[in-house]
Ligand binder design. Structure first.
Ligand SMILES: *Cc1c(COP(=O)(O)O)cnc(C)c1O
Length: 374
């Protein structure tokens, strides 16, 4: 938690749940990513946190944007991002959204199927396209591998077909999975896509761009390698496999740009033992799986959570809704103070990414968490 966030939490009688996020930390993260990979252009993955103050800050710093919908594209443009700096990175787009993006001047479109390539050809003729490759997501706490990407062979056929459809075959992309805790997945993916660059060049298609996706991790409860470690490993792998014929490099950090900038303040609603024989207390908070903590699904993202002071004991953590799956942590050991009471404040640290954007609308009447950008 940054001093600015701490001071704000101390001074204000805040309605909870809410996110308090320090924009200076976002600026620092942007600078750190630039420093770690100076050869790469940064396309902020808007879905991690689409708040206007974040988009305005990053647009002002010269960031580009990875958008998944026409709504996200419009939000970026409203925040001052030139359409030329936006990539329509979702491989699953509505035809009307492609046409609207094209009309705005968005130049770059992702695909991973022939059907999507045809849609882009119809609704954004002449655009630059890049094909997403499915890569191993080993090391990722929040994998993205099954739903997206195609094989190297299919990508080759599709890229050869793109010019016939009136499109510019511009590059390839991959995503090694979110909260990626190691460098191996990047190294393996770079080796694979480099082979396809070579193969396509021999076939007369000279690709210009490699989009390395996001995945860079945030330190939650466990230590993770620093941004520079990822930058060094990526540049070493790029040089090994591309020599001095490097393509334009793009990265699409989401979590690493905003995660550690924000803290969620929540309130304890109930502390009890479900059964007399329970050895753990159940702690119900005013935020849960439906209030924005969606990444606690499978206990995949394990936030650092603190409250009060004094001796602690083991707890199960659950949300306030009337849904049985609204339990955040049952298997992962969490401890909170033994004297914790309803009404007390709990802090969920490093929650700047993938919380506000996942909050449901009024489930059980609970309004989405408030947001404070400092
Ligand atoms: C979600 C997403 C990202 C951001 O991933 P992080 O792990 O948050 O860095 C980047 N690119 C694409 C295509 C995505 O879907």
């Amino acid at each position: 938690m940054t001093p600015k966030v701490a001071a704000f939490l101390d001074s204000s009688a805040l309605a909870t749940p809410c996110l308090v996020l320090d924009l200076d930390r976002v600026a620092e993260n942007y600078a750190a990513l630039r420093h770690a990979l100076p050869a790469a252009k940064i396309y902020y993955a808007v879905k991690a946190n689409p708040a206007a103050p974040i988009l305005r800050l990053l647009a002002g710093m010269g960031s580009c944007f990875d958008a998944a919908s026409i709504q996200e594209i419009n939000e970026c443009v409203a925040a001052g991002a030139p359409p030329a700096t936006i990539s329509f990175g979702n491989t699953v787009k509505k035809p009307g959204a492609i046409a609207a993006a094209h009309a705005l001047g968005v130049p770059l479109y992702a695909f991973d199927s022939l059907e999507e390539l045809r849609k882009i050809a119809s609704h954004a003729p002449g655009s630059k396209v890049y094909c997403r490759i499915a890569v191993n997501n080993v090391g990722a706490d929040w994998p993205l591998s099954k739903k997206f990407g195609t094989t190297l062979d299919c990508a080759r056929d599709l890229m050869l077909m793109a010019p016939q459809l009136g499109l510019v075959p511009h590059g390839l992309s991959f995503h090694v999975g979110s909260q990626q805790t190691g460098t191996v997945a990047y190294e393996m993916a770079i080796a694979e896509v480099a082979m396809l660059f070579t193969n396509l060049k021999a076939a007369g298609v000279d690709l210009k761009m490699l989009n390395l996706g996001g995945g860079f991790p945030v330190r939650y409860r466990d230590d993770v390698p620093g941004t520079d470690t990822f930058g060094d490993a990526i540049m070493t792998a790029m040089t090994k496999h591309f020599g001095n014929d490097l393509p334009d490099m793009l990265i699409e950090p989401g979590r690493a740009m905003v995660g550690n900038a924000g803290v969620v303040a929540a309130e304890v609603v109930l502390v009890c033992r479900r059964m007399p024989e329970d050895d753990r207390r159940w702690v119900y908070l005013d935020i849960g799986r439906f209030g924005g903590l969606a990444e606690t699904e499978g206990e995949a993202i394990r936030y650092r959570i603190t409250a009060g002071t004094g001796a602690t004991g083991p707890v199960v953590l659950a949300g306030p809704s009337c849904d049985g799956v609204d339990i955040m942590y049952e298997k992962t050991p969490y401890r909170l103070p033994l004297d914790l009471q309803a009404g007390e404040r709990v802090l969920i640290h490093d929650a700047g990414a993938y919380v506000t954007s996942y909050a449901s609308q009024n489930f059980n009447g609970f309004t989405p968490l408030a947001e404070h950008y400092l």
